[in-house]
Design a protein around this ligand. Structure first.
Ligand code: HEC
Length: 461
């Protein structure tokens, strides 16, 4: 019975051409013969066999969906339009049976709708067998880009709060296969006879049998394939395709080696958290606060630009702005007043090589979102720098080559958000490291450590 059903299902791609033939011919005859009563007989014939073969197509299609691992999500539109075709084809046959003159409004509407539905159903079916882009793939790249058809890789991202309680398979592994393998390993394009679109098919394996370790002891063909060098022909995904990252390979391998469970939750695996880093959405603003502000109008920015200040948004469309005085070396403490109108939006300020002094700390302390402050090559000694302590976002201060006096160093120890302070060159005779509490050592770049060159820094890509 199973063999028979499988075989029957496989006839679907062949059988679908019958309704297309009968029904399109019927519609053409209808438009050709209009109110010619002698055509009724042939019209009924066409729509009778058209409706019956549509049913047959539906039935074989449904069997194929059931038996060959298609996902309902992917076939549902095709199935529903096919079902509508059958309903309308039968209705047309029924109406034609009853009327004496075929050219009436109901028949016109039904036949045009049927023609459209046939085209749509056929196209959706084509997408299933040949892949989504089978009509658009041959178009030139430029045109595809214009139409927004360049393939977008689904990014695997998950809920930060609850991810540890989710199954590793459904949260991470299957989405990775979906993003990087399923374009070739799906029910209609099963390269290597391997389908990776759902757990059931995954367990079945490919033309050389199982691919998971669960059924092959410790050795998994799938893990072998993804770790092969890129140059090897058997490497997966093939060289020209978007590759798995090192972390993604580790996660897949770990999942398979732990038994490839479909339900085991993430927290029970003891996975190094770093492997998940790439899955969390990146904060677009980076180290800067993610603020919802109305972008500054040109009226506010123009006076600043006229002063030769460099004003740039953090990224295109961001309300946050970065200001640099590189072209304005005569900038003094008084000029800081110019930033009053933008103080909410100002997140990075470069006052390097200007004429500012310690007096500026009072004004700087009123810029609530200031995150990076550059004061290199200035006369700043650090007197009053503790006023900046109240800035909730201040993360980086550059005081290199300034007149910074080490006696003010301890003021910086109380800044809660500070991540980096550049402070060099400094008098090598003073043992400044000894003045800094252990917990804050990594904050201070005193320019005295050796930069270790990692091997990968020297690789030429
Ligand atoms: C561009 C198409 C393509 C993509 C994308 C792709 N593969 Fe393949 N894969 C193939 C082809 C073709 C074969 C059969 C030839 C061969 O064995 O190398 C195959 C074979 C395999 C096999 C061996 C099946 C067997 O039983 O012999 C495994 C395992 C496999 N792929 C895993 C993957 C994994 C995992 C990914 C995603 C990380 C992936 N593939 C992505 C094209 C692809």
């Amino acid at each position: 019975m199973d063999v028979f059903l499988d075989l029957f299902g496989r006839f679907h791609p062949l059988l679908v051409h019958l309704p297309i033939g009968f029904l399109v011919l019927g519609i053409m005859m209808l438009f050709y013969s209009r109110n010619d009563r002698s055509a009724l007989h042939h019209l009924r014939f066409s729509f009778f066999w058209g409706s019956l073969s549509t049913l047959l197509a539906l039935l074989t299609g449904f069997i194929q969906y059931q038996r060959e691992g298609f996902e309902w999500e992917n076939v549902q539109a095709h199935f529903i339009t096919g079902l509508l075709c059958a309903i309308i084809a039968f209705s047309l046959y029924y109406v034609l049976k009853k009327v004496a003159f075929p050219w009436n409004p109901i028949i016109k509407i039904l036949s045009v709708t049927l023609l459209l539905l046939l085209i749509i159903t056929g196209h959706l079916g084509g997408n299933l067998t040949h892949g989504n882009g089978h009509l658009t793939d041959p178009l030139p790249e430029v045109l595809k880009e214009r139409l927004g058809l360049t393939p977008q890789l689904n990014k695997v991202e998950f809920n930060l709060d609850d991810f540890a309680n989710q199954p590793l398979y459904s949260q991470v592994i299957q989405p990775l296969f979906d993003a990087k393998c399923v374009s070739c390993h799906n029910p209609s394009k099963n390269k290597g006879e391997l389908v990776l679109s759902n757990y059931k098919m995954l367990v079945q394996g490919g033309k050389n049998g199982a691919v998971l370790a669960a059924s092959q002891g410790d050795k998994s063909t799938l893990v072998d394939r993804i770790f092969l060098p890129l140059s090897e022909k058997k490497h997966m995904p093939p060289k020209a395709k978007i590759q798995l990252t090192e972390e993604e390979k580790e996660l897949i391998s770990l999942w398979i080696k732990s038994g490839a469970s479909p339900t085991q939750v993430i927290s029970s695996y003891s996975i190094d958290e770093r492997l998940f880093r790439g899955f969390f959405p990146e904060n677009k603003t980076g180290i800067y606060p993610d603020l919802e502000l109305v972008p500054l109008s040109q009226d506010v920015l123009t006076p600043l630009l006229e002063k030769r200040l460099l004003v740039t948004p953090l990224y295109k469309g961001s309300p946050l702005i970065l200001v640099s005085c590189v072209n304005f070396s005569d900038f003094t403490d008084d000029d800081l007043i110019a930033f009053e109108s933008i103080k909410e939006h100002l997140v990075a300020l470069d006052l390097g090589k200007t004429k500012v002094t310690d007096i500026s700390f009072g004004t700087l302390a009123t810029f609530p979102n200031l995150t990076t402050l550059t004061l290199d090559h200035t006369k700043i000694t650090g007197s009053g720098i503790e006023k900046l302590k109240s800035l909730p976002n201040l993360k980086r201060i550059n005081l290199s080559n300034s007149s910074f006096d080490i006696e003010h160093l301890s003021s910086l120890f109380e800044f809660s958000q500070l991540e980096q302070v550049h402070l060099y060159p400094i008098d090598q005779n003073e043992n400044i490291r000894a003045l800094i509490p252990d917990s804050l050592q990594s904050l201070f770049n005193l320019g005295t450590y050796e930069i270790t060159i990692k091997e990968r820094d020297t690789v030429n890509y």
